[in-house]
Design a protein around this ligand. Structure first.
Ligand SMILES: [Zn+2]
Length: 420
C-alpha cells in the first residue's frame, strides 16, 4: 500500500520533471532563459493557462491542439512527460521491489553457493541514491534529446551532473549505502593527483600555455556533415543564406591536432601517478593520507572525482587513439564531458563499463533502423546514455565478476609502490 502511494507520487513527480525537460530541450540549445517567459504556444505565442500545462493530461484534454490557434501541438511533449514518469516508476520497481540495482561497496555479496546475495534496498534509507540516480537518468534524457536533434550536447548539462555528483557523494556516502563511492586510499590518491593535474591543465589552457585543438573549429563528424549538407540544400531551395560548413582538415592536420589534446591530458596523468606513488611509500605521508581519506566524506568526494576522471578519460583516449588511427575525428568532446558527468554520479567502474557497452546499443539502433528502413543516424550521446541507464541495473553482478581481477591489479600497484 505504501509502495502504491509512493509509485503514484513518483509517477506524478516524473511527469512534472518531464514537463520541465521539454522546456530545457527546447530553450537550452537556443540560449533562452529556462524560467521566463512562462510556457507559451510555439505557434501563436499565447501564454498557456496552468490547466493546459498539466503534464500529459493537458495535451490529452486539448486533443493535441492549441486552445487559441487550433494548430497541432507535437505529441513529443506529452511523450517526454510520460517517458520521464515511467522511467522513475521503472527504477523504483527495480531498486526497491525487485532489488535490482547498485550494490554496497566492498560488502561480501557472494554466498557459499556462489550466488550473489542482493543488498536489500529500502526506500526509507536508500532514497538518496535513488534520487541521485534519477537526476542522472533525466539529465541524460534531456542531453540525448538535444543531441539526437541538433548533434550537440550543451556543456551545462554534464557540468551540472558533475557538480551534483561532487556535492551529493560527500553528503550521502556511507560504507553500507548502496551506490556509495568511498574508495581505497590508493584509488583516492589517483583521484586527488588526477584532479589537481586537471586543474593545472585547465589553468594552462585558459592562459594559452596549452593550445586549443582545432582552434579554427572542430571538424564535423560524418553524421554532422550529412546533416549540415542537408541544411545547406534546404536553405538554397528557400533562397536563405546557407549555414557554414565546418573547416576542412587533411588527415595529417587532424592527427597533429591530437598533440594539443595529449598535452592537456599529461598533467592529470602525471599528477595521478606522482601522488599515488608518494602516498604508497611507507612514511608520514602514507600514514597522513590513510587517516585523511578514512573520513567518509573525503572518501566519497574522491570516489566521485575518480569516477569523473575515468569516465572522461575512457572517451578521450578513444577519441585520440581513434583519430590517430583513422585520420578523422573519432568521437566528439561533448561525449568526453558527458561521461565526466556520468562518472561523477555513478563512479569509475560503472562509467567505464557503460562506455564499453555503449557500442552494443549502437548496434541495436542500427538493427532497428534496418528493420524500419529509417535512414536516421544518431550521434553517440544517446548510446552512452542508454548504456549508463542499463549499467545502473546490472553493475552489481558485473562488479562481482570483475572483483578478483581488480584485487590482483590493486595488489600489483600497491606491491610495486611499497617495493619502490
Ligand atoms: Zn497557439
Amino acid at each position: 500500500m505504501f509502495d502504491l502511494v509512493l509509485i503514484l507520487f513518483v509517477f506524478a513527480l516524473g511527469a512534472c520533471i518531464g514537463s520541465f525537460l521539454n522546456v530545457v530541450v527546447w530553450r537550452l540549445p537556443r540560449g533562452e532563459s529556462l524560467v521566463s517567459p512562462p510556457s507559451h504556444c510555439p505557434q501563436c505565442d499565447t501564454a498557456l493557462a496552468w490547466y493546459d500545462n498539466v503534464p500529459i493530461f493537458g495535451w490529452l484534454f486539448l486533443r493535441g491542439r492549441c486552445r487559441y490557434c487550433q494548430k497541432p501541438i507535437s505529441i513529443r511533449y506529452p511523450l517526454v512527460e510520460l517517458v520521464s514518469a515511467l522511467l522513475l516508476v521503472f527504477y523504483y520497481l527495480m531498486f526497491f521491489i525487485f532489488q535490482v540495482g547498485p550494490c554496497p561497496p566492498g560488502a561480501p555479496a557472494v554466498n557459499e553457493l556462489g550466488f550473489i546475495t542482493p543488498h536489500l534496498l529500502v526506500f526509507a534509507t536508500d532514497w538518496p541514491i535513488y534520487a541521485l540516480y534519477m537526476f542522472l537518468i533525466l539529465s541524460l534524457l534531456a542531453a540525448s534529446l538535444i543531441d539526437a536533434e541538433l548533434f550537440i550536447i550543451p556543456i551545462s548539462i554534464p557540468w551540472l551532473m558533475a557538480l551534483v555528483g561532487f556535492i551529493a557523494h560527500p553528503l550521502i556516502d556511507a560504507p553500507d549505502l548502496a551506490g556509495s563511492l568511498i574508495v581505497s586510499p590508493s584509488a583516492a590518491a589517483l583521484a586527488a593527483g588526477g584532479g589537481v593535474g586537471l586543474l593545472v591543465s585547465l589553468v594552462g589552457w585558459a592562459f594559452g600555455w596549452i593550445p586549443t585543438s582545432f582552434a579554427a573549429g572542430e571538424p564535423a563528424l560524418e553524421v554532422d556533415r550529412d546533416l549540415i549538407e542537408a541544411q545547406i540544400k534546404e536553405a538554397n531551395a528557400k533562397g536563405q543564406p546557407p549555414p557554414q560548413l565546418p573547416p576542412e582538415y587533411t588527415p595529417a592536420q587532424i592527427r597533429s591536432e591530437m598533440r594539443h589534446e595529449m598535452l592537456f591530458l599529461l598533467p592529470p596523468l602525471l599528477g595521478a601517478f606522482i601522488w599515488t606513488y608518494l602516498t604508497l611509500r611507507p612514511g608520514p605521508l602514507h600514514d597522513g593520507w590513510q587517516s585523511l581519506v578514512s573520513a567518509h566524506w573525503i572518501g566519497g568526494l574522491l570516489g566521485s572525482i575518480l569516477g569523473a576522471l575515468i569516465g572522461g578519460l575512457c572517451v578521450w583516449l578513444t577519441r585520440i587513439l581513434g583519430t590517430l588511427a583513422f585520420g578523422r575525428v573519432a568521437m566528439g568532446l561533448g561525449d568526453v564531458h558527458l561521461m565526466f558527468g556520468v562518472g561523477a554520479v555513478v563512479g569509475a567502474g560503472p562509467a567505464a563499463v557503460a562506455f564499453f557497452i555503449a557500442p552494443f546499443f549502437g548496434i541495436l539502433f542500427a538493427l532497428y533502423a534496418l528493420i524500419t528502413r529509417s535512414r536516421r543516424e544518431l550521434p553517440y550521446g544517446p548510446y552512452l546514455s542508454a548504456a549508463t541507464a542499463f549499467v545502473l541495473l546490472v553493475y552489481c553482478p558485473i562488479a562481482e565478476y570483475l572483483r578478483p581481477g581488480m584485487q590482483v591489479l590493486a595488489s600489483l600497484i600497491q606491491g610495486r609502490g611499497l617495493g619502490g
